[in-house]
Design a protein around this ligand. Structure first.
Ligand code: NAD
Length: 500
């Protein structure tokens, strides 16, 4: 059972009470009330006056602020041991944010009147608090003096948007305190762009909005570089950025092995029905009926797109003893010879492959490369795996192929309309996309939420390459002088030293 921390221990860790003796802390702790909130309950609203301090015992609080369009934007999350509303026990204070229960919540609440009464009876305690506050004031004054004298943290500040716990941990580790990093949970858009004020560099991800409108605001806020911590940049208006004088960089490739290994994970899980076995055994059902798989040994794999990821996959598949067919617009004869890969036409690949894995980029000519016609040409029972881009597959045609049994199983890490869903916890929402909902009902489909890249090695490489570009920017590099710069059409990128 989880051991609960005592209220006194929680209070002792709060800065303002840190120099009080145990007896004083216990005196306050005894007067605090334990209050429970249900998920989504509002604890207090931004702008209203409050006279209660909250200490989180269990659960999490979402801290929300109003955006330009009056919608709530989650700024951060507070967890056990963290505190909100300290000033309101000294005098009624205007709430700077709305606090909402992110899950079932237990709070210790101290109200101003109770606290004032304790102070009146304990002059010594009041003096200690006053001394602590004075020391803090002196420290703050010193900081202001440093600021005024120019003797401040001179490190370049980077604002991360759409940041997740793994973003924070990997960038903090790779940064080695070189830059001053600030992690914001919200995605970048017109409502959240104000958070970029005071930053020269913004680090963004696949679902951030970098349209001309947002870029104009970034420029007004002093941003001069947008470092994309991903390969794709279809969400960036490159021409607008360059007109505004904002440089853009990206990470063209990180770990091709990560994606290839995920494609294998999907293939094996589907072929040997691991996901079904896992669920059965957890429920005490050890029946094997319906779990018959087939061996990959001497079967035929069809790999579409033999680039960095496709090549890693070919090497892994050859270890299984498979015959490997490949289709690519451009062929690498030397690699094919080394790895017993046979380049064939798309139609030949469709006709012969028992497993088809997609690794071509999304381009006008590859859009819906898997469609009604191509599915008709495939072997009955084929396993189809897509870890590349959702729109390589016409999802309606795939659903029909699954319904008819022509497609034996599908492993999908990407989906045509994934933007609205992937990367977020929507477990308490209704899925309104009927196509996605239908796909999720098949017992021979595994969907993962664009996680093929998500390995420690790939994240570390993304952080390293992104920071390398920002260091070059710090040294005075702009636009095409930056490693992995994204330039308006017609201009050539300069590859990073690492060649990624
Ligand atoms: P790459 O550029 O090294 O390889 C792509 C290959 O596709 C090249 O060999 C290219 O010649 C080939 N190609 C181009 N046009 C083609 C066409 N019309 N028909 C067939 N082949 C064609 O790229 P990569 O690093 O191997 O990445 C492949 C894809 O994987 C990317 O497009 C990306 O969208 C996707 N990806 C997914 C994830 C994930 O987490 N799911 C992560 C990284 C990359």
């Amino acid at each position: 059972m989880e051991k609960k921390v005592s209220p006194a221990k929680l209070l002792a860790n709060i800065d303002i009470f840190a120099n009080l003796d145990t007896r004083s802390i216990e005196l306050i702790a005894q007067r605090m009330k334990l209050v429970r909130y249900k998920k989504d309950d509002i604890i207090c609203n931004e702008g209203e006056t409050g006279d209660r301090m909250f200490v989180i015992v269990g659960g999490e609080i979402s801290v929300l602020k109003k955006g330009n369009d009056d919608s709530d934007i989650k700024i951060t999350t507070l967890g056990p041991g963290e505190v909100a509303g300290v000033m309101s026990i000294f005098e009624k204070d205007v709430r700077s944010a709305t606090l909402q229960a992110a899950e079932t919540l237990e709070l210790l609440v101290l109200d101003k009147d109770t606290f004032q009464e304790i102070l009146k009876r304990n002059v010594e305690m009041a003096n200690k608090l006053l001394a602590h506050l004075s020391r803090q004031l002196r420290a703050e004054t010193y900081t202001v003096a440093k600021l005024l004298s120019g003797d401040v943290d001179k490190r370049m500040k980077i604002a991360f948007f759409d940041s997740k716990p793994y973003t924070k941990s990997v960038f903090t580790q790779n940064n080695k305190e070189h830059f001053s990093l600030h992690f914001f949970e919200p995605r970048l858009n017109v409502d959240t762009v104000s958070l970029s004020a005071g930053f020269q560099v913004v680090c963004a991800f696949v679902n951030d909005d970098l349209s001309a409108r947002v870029l104009e605001q970034l420029k007004q806020n002093g941003v001069k570089l947008v470092a994309m911590r991903c390969a794709g940049y279809n969400n960036v208006d490159i021409d607008a950025a360059h007109k505004l004088g904002i440089s853009i960089t990206r990470v063209p490739a990180y770990s091709p092995n990560a994606v290839a290994e995920h494609a294998i994970a999907l293939t094996l899980a589907l072929n040997r029905k691991i996901y079904r076995a896992y669920n059965r055994v957890r429920e005490g059902n050890f029946s094997l009926t319906g779990l018959v798989g087939s061996e990959l040994y001497q079967k035929t794999a069809g790999v579409i797109g033999i680039g960095k990821i496709g090549k890693c996959l070919v090497q892994i598949l050859s270890g299984f003893g498979m015959n490997i067919l490949g289709y690519d617009k451009f062929q690498d004869g030397e690699f094919a010879e080394q790895h017993k890969l046979a380049y064939v036409s798309l139609n030949e690949l469709f006709a012969a492959a028992d497993v088809i894995s997609l690794h071509a980029p999304l381009l006008p000519e590859t859009y819906h490369i898997i469609n009604k016609d191509s599915i008709q040409k495939m072997k009955p029972g084929v396993i189809l795996v897509n870890t590349s881009r959702g729109a390589l597959i016409d999802t309606s045609a795939l659903i029909n192929g699954l319904k008819s049994g022509k497609i034996g199983a599908a492993g999908l890490d990407v989906y045509e309309e994934e933007e609205e869903y992937f990367f977020e916890d929507l477990s308490d929402k209704i899925i309104t996309d009927d196509t996605l909902a239908r796909l999720m009902t098949f017992n021979n489909v595994i969907i993962t939420g664009h996680q093929a890249f998500l390995t420690k090695e790939a994240l570390s490489e993304i952080a390293r390459v992104t920071l390398e570009s920002i260091i070059r920017f710090e040294q005075g590099g702009r636009f095409r002088e930056l490693p992995n710069a994204v330039l308006p059409k017609g201009e050539k990128e300069i590859k990073s030293r690492a060649g990624v």
